[in-house]
Design a protein around this ligand. Structure first.
Ligand code: ADP
Ligand code: MG
Length: 621
């Protein structure tokens, strides 16, 4: 009796473990709160049944009615759930995010539920399907008693395989790319990720794993009907992933042990209360809900929070000849201290202004890397960008200035593909790029930053920098299965070395293993600069990189910008700190009310009456 009980909870635990690991791909890694998930499990169970149990006498009616070997049915279930995941994902992941995505997935699972329970010719409605007795037992010649052990062993083996598979994925470049979507999708697109395709891959993969769990569940229950997939099951799965530790494979397994095995089974030992058999299952749901609320309130990261890889070489990394630190004032305080230390030792940016002797000649006639022509963007009645045209000389720093609301950020969004222009053309390296999605523009070598820092907060500084370089082959799903799962697998040695070097250059190596989200505003900006350095684009557009940053970091940023140019990256920088613009920019474009009102060397603009009226009049130069 007791052994039978143990066998059954262990089998159930293994099956729920697989379910939770599939959900973890979608929610824990890709960050999508999917309410359709249990539908993939249910579909897997139904498909296994209709592929194995054969025809049953009327009134039973359902599709297929095949008698295929169980293992074939398992594969069929995975394919069916993956296909349904593909259809739902194609619709729900295209534009919708957050709660809107969840609502669409809830709608999808509801459609499946109504179809399965009401449309009798599909899976026999409320009766459901039954009759999958001890699959594989006849082939193996097992009797009833030994079959339970066999099924437990089979489920444990499949569970172990799923765990190994997930461990591979977790430590791979593919897994890292998925997490970058969870942390900040716009930044992921800015560095060349096709968000839609990547999210779709995660979604279909999760759905297929759900289908696999459903196939095992069908063998365990030998039947499946609409009452087997009450809404509570989805909540139990989410609570398991959350309580254990979202994103962490060991955490998810622990979560299943706690929420599915412990909580669920402990209520089973309660005596019948007042002869009411419904009280015990109800208590179970109350306990699950209560634990979930407590964790959300007091420990949202779960029992075993997601861990990030630590690179031991980073701390001791020193750069003998840091390429950006050429001037003597940085050599003095070195580049290996943390930013905190340097924030005290660096003199304010204003004191280093005009350190560079520069000819006041126009660079407007030099070859252009970017030509913006007649760009328009209206938001309702607001003409945010209104016939905006300018050229950006190659190999130079172009300052883009103008009052708040002039349309600078919107123009950047239009150029980089984050918004669609109403009209106008954008030529980048003589190719038209207007209207392309952001990842395609980024892959052509144009990378932008955002007005607010968009670091991948839950990932380390090193991971942030490694992700800046898109390696499509290495990041592929199949490649991820071939790897070892250690940090060396995330990037080839040379690339890893380069990332460490860049991090040291930015003075971030002491905090290179920290999560980027824990850094100060200025440090986050330096992480963004490090990512640009790593990506090494042909053109970078920096939207107010000094905004909200301690001005003592100005010198380091100026040097970083000089470093970009020295390495062959042209720069556009939006900035309100005009001494800074004067110091770094060879060419300045002034915008007001959506259009460019003047362009030229900074000194020439200083005396331009239109510019003074529109902008310079209100700021101190
Ligand atoms: P800047 O970056 O130069 O300060 P923006 O490009 O942010 O200017 O904004 C230009 C104008 O467009 C402002 O009037 C702003 O209110 C408006 N705007 C920007 N984005 C939107 C949006 N998504 N919806 C409506 N209005 C917007
Ligand atoms: Mg702006």
């Amino acid at each position: 009796m007791m052994t039978q009980y143990l066998i059954s909870i262990l089998t159930e635990g293994a099956i729920f473990g697989i379910m939770a690991l599939g959900l973890n791909v979608i929610w824990g890694w890709a960050g999508d709160f999917d309410l359709a998930y249990y539908g993939y499990v249910a579909l897997g169970a139904y498909i296994t049944l209709v592929l194995t149990i054969g025809r049953q006498p009327p009134p039973a009616q359902y599709i297929l009615g095949l008698q295929l070997p169980y293992l074939v049915a398992v594969l069929g279930s995975m394919v069916a759930s993956a296909l349904m995941g593909l259809v739902v994902g194609l619709i729900a992941l295209r534009q919708l995010r957050g709660i809107y995505f969840s609502i669409v997935t809830l709608g999808a699972v509801y459609v499946l539920y109504v179809m399965a329970s009401q449309y009798v010719p599909l899976f026999d409605g409320y009766n459901g399907l039954s009759g999958l007795f001890n699959p594989m037992a006849d082939v193996l010649g097992l009797d009833y008693n030994s079959y339970q052990y066999f099924l437990l062993g089979f489920c444990l083996v499949v569970f172990a395989l799923v765990v190994l598979f997930m461990l591979r994925l977790s430590g791979s470049r593919f897994g890292l790319a998925l997490r970058s979507l969870r942390e900040d999708e716009r930044a992921a697109a800015a560095f060349g990720r096709d968000i839609y395709v990547l999210k779709l891959k995660a979604y279909v993969l999760g759905a297929a794993v759900g289908g696999l769990a459903g196939a095992l569940f069908a063998a365990y229950l030998s039947a499946f009907n609409p009452s087997s997939w009450a809404p509570i099951e989805t909540i139990v799965l989410y609570s398991a992933v959350l309580v254990g530790g979202k994103g962490n494979i060991k955490g998810v397994i622990l979560g299943v042990l706690v929420m599915v095995v412990l909580v669920q089974e402990s209520t089973r030992f309660l005596p019948d209360i007042a002869g009411n058999p419904n009280i015990v299952p109800a208590l179970r749901e109350i306990v699950v809900g209560g634990v979930l609320v407590l964790f959300l309130r007091f420990r949202p990261q779960g029992l075993l929070p997601e861990r990030r890889p630590v690179d031991r070489q980073l701390h001791s990394y020193t750069v003998a000849n840091v390429s950006t630190a050429k001037s003597s004032d940085t050599a003095d305080h070195g580049t290996n201290g943390t930013v905190e230390q340097e924030e005290q030792s660096v003199q304010p940016a204003t004191s280093v202004v005009v350190s560079k002797s520069r000819q006041v000649v126009s660079v407007e006639d030099e070859p252009a890397i970017l030509v913006v022509d007649g760009l328009y963007k209206h938001f309702g009645g607001v003409a945010a960008v209104n016939n905006c045209s300018f050229r950006v000389p190659k190999g130079r720093v172009t300052g883009l200035i103008g009052p708040n609301g002039a349309g600078k950020s919107t123009a950047i969004d239009l150029i980089s593909g984050f918004k669609l222009p109403d009209a106008g053309t954008v030529l980048f390296e003589n190719r038209q790029i207007q209207g392309l999605p952001p990842h395609r523009i980024s892959r052509q070598g144009l990378i932008r930053t955002f007005q607010t820092p968009r670091e991948w907060g839950g990932l380390t500084v090193l991971e942030n920098v490694l992700l800046a370089r898109l390696d499509r082959k290495r990041e592929g799903f199949w490649m991820s299965l071939a790897g070892t799962g250690f940090i060396q697998h995330l990037a080839p040695e040379a690339e890893l070395k380069r990332a460490r070097e860049i991090i040291a250059e930015m003075g971030l190596n002491k905090i290179g293993n920290e999560r980027a989200g824990n850094l100060s505003g200025g440090q986050k900006r330096l992480v963004e600069f490090a990512r640009i350095r790593m990506a090494h684009p042909d053109l970078v557009i920096l939207d107010e990189p000094m905004g909200g940053v301690n001005p003592v970091l100005g010198e380091r940023m100026a040097q970083a910008i000089e470093g970009f140019v020295a390495s062959g990256t042209s720069v556009i920088i939006v900035e309100h700190n005009l001494p800074f613009i004067e110091r770094v920019a060879h060419h300045v474009v002034v915008m007001a009310q959506g259009a460019v009102i003047a362009a030229g060397p900074f000194d020439a603009l200083r005396s331009n009456q239109t510019v003074i009226d529109a902008y310079l009049g209100e700021v101190t130069v």
